[in-house]
Design a protein around this ligand. Structure first.
Ligand SMILES: NC(=O)c1ccc[n+]([C@@H]2O[C@H](COP(=O)([O-])OP(=O)(O)OC[C@H]3O[C@@H](n4cnc5c(N)ncnc54)[C@H](O)[C@@H]3O)[C@@H](O)[C@H]2O)c1
Length: 295
C-alpha cells in the first residue's frame, strides 16, 4: 500500500506518533518520541501504569532533550482509548506483553483504528510480526521495530513482516533518526533480532553458571565489568524484567530444540518470589526499592 505522507514535509513536530503499552519499553520509547518537539500519545489498559509512565517521561525529558542539541521537548498525551491514541499518527508502536493472543487482537484493532497510511510497528522481542497479523488487511504497513533500552541505548532493529513494503522500511530509516534513534536493518525474518540472538547465548550461559552453583550473579557481573568494561548480564536482566526474559527464553526453547532447562528454572525461582527486577524492586539484586516507585 502506498503511503500518503510526503516526506519532504515530514517533521516530528507536525506528525504525531502513538505507543500502545506503557511498561518498561513503552514508556522509554514514548520518552524518545517526545524528545523532538512532537506529540506522542500513550495508551495502556492499566491507568496506574500510565501514570507511572507519565511521571517517568516528565522527569527524564529535560535531560534527554538537553543531550540532543537543536531539539525541543514534545508533548506526551495519555489516551483513554486505542482509537484516541492512534488518530492522525504516522506510526504506532505496540509494546504490550510478549504474548501472541493479545498482540493478535491489538493488531486487528490497530488495523481498523489507525489512519490507513500509518505504519504499525511491534516492539516484540521474540515474535516476528508475521505470527500475529492474520487479521491485518494491509500487512505491507506492518514491521518489527525492536528498541533496546532508550534513552541509554538508542539502537532500533527494523525487520520486515515478510510483506512490509520497501517504502515502509525506507520511511522508518528516514524518520527514526529524527527522534534520536539509530536504525539497523535485519535482512530476513528471524525469531530474535541480531543483537538479541547473540545476547541470548550470553544470558543463557550466565544463568547456567549460576544454576550449577559455579558462581553468583554478583561475581559474573563483576567479571563482565572487569573483562569487557560493560554492565553484567544479571544487572541487564533485572533491567529488562525477569518475567520478560523468561518469556523470551521459553519462546526460543519452543522453536529451537536442545536448549537446556536449568537457566529457565533459575529465572522461575526468582519470579515465583515476586522478584521481577527493577520494576518490582527486587531481582537478582535487591537495591531497587526507590526506583520501582518512581519509574
Ligand atoms: N523489557 C525490555 O527490555 C524489552 C526490550 C525490547 C523489547 N521488549 C518487548 O516489548 C514488549 C513490552 O515489553 P515490556 O518489557 O515493556 O513489558 P511490560 O510488562 O513492562 O509492559 C507492558 C504494558 O502493556 C500493558 N498492556 C497489557 N495488555 C495491554 C493491552 N491489551 N492494551 C494496552 N496495554 C496493555 C500492561 O499494562 C503493561 O503496562 C514485549 O513485546 C517485549 O518483548 C521488551
Amino acid at each position: 500500500m502506498a503511503l500518503k505522507h510526503d516526506d519532504s514535509k515530514f517533521s516530528p513536530t507536525t506528525h504525531a506518533t502513538a505507543v500502545i503499552g506503557s511498561g518498561t519499553l513503552g514508556s522509554r520509547i514514548a520518552l524518545m518520541l517526545a524528545s523532538s518537539g512532537g506529540e506522542v500519545r500513550l495508551y495502556d489498559l492499566n491507568a496506574d501504569q500510565l501514570e507511572v509512565a507519565r511521571r517517568y517521561v516528565e522527569a527524564e525529558l529535560p535531560r534527554v532533550v538537553a543531550g540532543r542539541p537543536g531539539t525541543l521537548p514534545g508533548r506526551l498525551v495519555l489516551s483513554r482509548t486505542v482509537q484516541a491514541a492512534v488518530a492522525d499518527t504516522w506510526m504506532v508502536v505496540e509494546a504490550i506483553p510478549e504474548r501472541l493472543d493479545p498482540k493478535r487482537k491489538m493488531f486487528a484493532d490497530l488495523d481498523r483504528l489507525a489512519p490507513e497510511d500509518a505504519i504499525l510497528a511491534s516492539n516484540s522481542s521474540s515474535y516476528p510480526t508475521s505470527q500475529f497479523i492474520d487479521a491485518v488487511s494491509h500487512p505491507g504497513r506492518v514491521a518489527n521495530t525492536h528498541y533496546y533500552s532508550p534513552p541509554e541505548v538508542n539502537v532500533v532493529e527494523v525487520m520486515s513482516c515478510g510483506k512490509t513494503t520497501e517504502e515502509v522500511i525506507a520511511r522508518l530509516f528516514e524518520r527514526l533518526p529524527a527522534y534520536g534513534f539509530q536504525p539497523f536493518h535485519v535482512l530476513k525474518e528471524s525469531v530474535g533480532f541480531i543483537f538479541n540472538r547473540i545476547w541470548a547465548a550470553i544470558k543463557s550461559e550466565s544463568l547456567a553458571v549460576v544454576a550449577e552453583g559455579v558462581s553468583t550473579p554478583q561475581v559474573v557481573d563483576q567479571l563482565f565489568q572487569s573483562v569487557l568494561g560493560s554492565l553484567g548480564p544479571f544487572r541487564r536482566m533485572d533491567k529488562v524484567g525477569l518475567d520478560v526474559v523468561l518469556g523470551i527464553e521459553e519462546h526460543y526453547a519452543a522453536v529451537r530444540p536442545g536448549i537446556p532447562a536449568e537457566p529457565r528454572q533459575l529465572l522461575k525461582q526468582y519470579i515465583e518470589q515476586g522478584h521481577l527486577g527493577i520494576k518490582s524492586g527486587k531481582g537478582f539484586y535487591s537495591d531497587y526499592e526507590e526506583k520501582a516507585t518512581t519509574r
